[in-house]
Ligand binder design. Sequence first.
Ligand code: S3P
Length: 749
Amino acid sequence: MSSKAQNSVPEINRLVIVGLGLIGSSLAIAAREQGLAKTVIGISRRTSTLELALELGVIDRACESLESLASELDFGDLVVIGVPTLSVPSVIAVCHDFLSDRVTITDVASVKGSVVKAVLDIYGNLPVQFVPGHPIAGSEKSGVEAANSQLFKDHRVILTPHNTADCEHLKLVSAVWSSVGAVVSTMSVDEHDSILAATSHLPHFLAYSLVDTLASVGDNREIFRYAAGGFRDFTRIAASDPVMWRDIALANREPILSILDQVMNNFQMLRGAIDKGDQDYLMDVFTRARDARNHFGKLLENKTLQGPMTEKTINYRISPGGDARGSVRVPGDKSMSHRSIMIGSLANGMTEVTGFLEGEDSLATLQAFRDMGVLIEGPDHGRVVIHGVGLHGLKAPVKPLYMGNSGTSIRLLSGLLAGQTFDTELTGDISLSGRPMDRVADPLRSMGAIIDTSAAGTPPLKITGGQSLNPIDYLMPMASAQVKSCVLFAGLYAKGDTSVTEPAPTRDHTERMLRGFGYTVDVSESTAKLTGGGDLSATRIDVPADISSAAFFMVAAAITPGSEINLQHVGINPTRVGVINILRQMGTHISLSNQREVGGEPVADIKVEYGKLKGIDIPTDQVPLAIDEFPVLFIAAACAEGTTTLTGAEELRVKESDRIQSMADGLVTLDIDARSTADGIVIVGGQLGGGHVRSHHDHRIAMAFAIAGLRATDEIVVEGCNNVATSFPNFIDAASAIGLDISVETNHD
Ligand code: S3P
């Protein structure tokens, strides 16, 4: 749980900071700057510290002990215990003996278990006024001289309140931290202590140990003279306060010992590999670690992977008007990117992929295969190298595989995992956790797989390994490439021929790519068939630009008079070109050039120019061919003259959001006459207005409403655009480049 920076400034009478170290004095000075309290009082045993704090303007008033101040304190006063971890109990004892239970108390110690234990020992219970806290901020500097009012800005503060904490006290502590710029979260004491043991305590001990080791080697002056960037980066924190870290080591003993054991074990194995010259082991560890660092680095910098987990909400603000001119190469095709990782991992040999989409969805697939022991290098500017392990080479993951927002990952993987010897669990974010999985679980069960879903047929999916799968001839009840691919993937592990017959053509990237890896897939009319038990041979894959991402710019040009947009190297697989057919029928000028075949997939450059749009009845045979493009096609319909009617598209109701309803609601907000029906929508073209619309955590809804800004009369704000990073990480840059006036706002939830 995290809380947004509270806009209301807390009403504190006296803010009392016991201990004027870096954290205590930084909070004091930040509180003074923000006017958070009528008086900021500092308590320290050292007169010199108090004098300095007064001189530097860190506090308003100095006091030598909490005892002497206690009788003045009452409701609305906050005591912050900022002394080193092992000294906290002595301050708590004073609180117990002298403070009224109306005074709020918090602390800033890095270990919460020992603090809570001390409170229990002293009070005999956990008093309602006590809210344990830990700001994850700091530096190797210490003392009142290092006081920095910006120290907590955009840093996390973790509170570990107990069940009986009073909510007024909790609110006050939370508001103080939010007001100095921190992002406040809550968690349990145990969770806090084990997370911090791994992420903060361990790195400090490694840094101390490394510097201490080098300092005791022979002529260490020589060593330190030549120690360059790596040493400096790694050991900065070895300059931290020894008392503080001694206290933390002793106070958080168990979790620290557990993570230290794991690192020592890893060190031993590394040592063994270096000793034996085991190149593969070294490459494995270094590649895994580098990629994990890049992944976490992005999270830390909030550049991408901006899913709900970052606890920031991203909104788009689009000013009305704009040009729609220019040339764009949109990111790689999402469907093909997923499949390249899946099939490449199960192939024998090394597969090089270029043009890979570095979006959160395809990265979720990539991470899942890493979690199952596949060595995957990259992605580096769209290049990924997969060291395939063969159809039977995956290893059991140690934890559930997290699929984020990605329906394609979970559905296709369920087919592959049904054929493994080990158990797996597949989970996802809030949107994925509400999406139907029976469509894959049912056919897999009829092949002999054991799969559990929630009672509602949604994730998590629990797959029991070790089943022998029977082939089936599956008559698919809905037109779904995900279901088709899932069954075909399971068919790789079945004895005999598995076939899938579809009610309407759906994207056929799985069939094409399997063939590219040397696996025979027979396709006749609407049936795709393969025989289990074969082999996949590594190959090269060049992923073209995603027509589903290009669609946003096609519509941008289609609705903007005077426009011309050129889209390069776009995949134009016949099962994906509904958007071109529909826009042409509505009046848009679209021409294809430089048509070619790349790795078994047709590709072209596409020029799109404005033509007066008219409403149409969308032919139902185009629905599966444009299934992902409807949100933005509805924007085209809103700008067309006359009525556009879509039917036969009930599948849109079970995408990342209910796309029929999400779009109908947003269009109505923007003054368009739009009416949802059970299987489609009726849109009467008109003048788009402005307003606040919601994306419902759906990337394509967010981007569609951003494009609407080109023809709106007023500003449009699209709320909740984080998931755009699932399919189109640099959408803002591309949209700005063609002339959209779009900006991004980030809010803490
Ligand atoms: C996809 C298939 C489509 C599409 C999705 C990607 C795929 O879903 O909407 O974005 O890569 O197979 P359905 O197969 O469920 O229609």
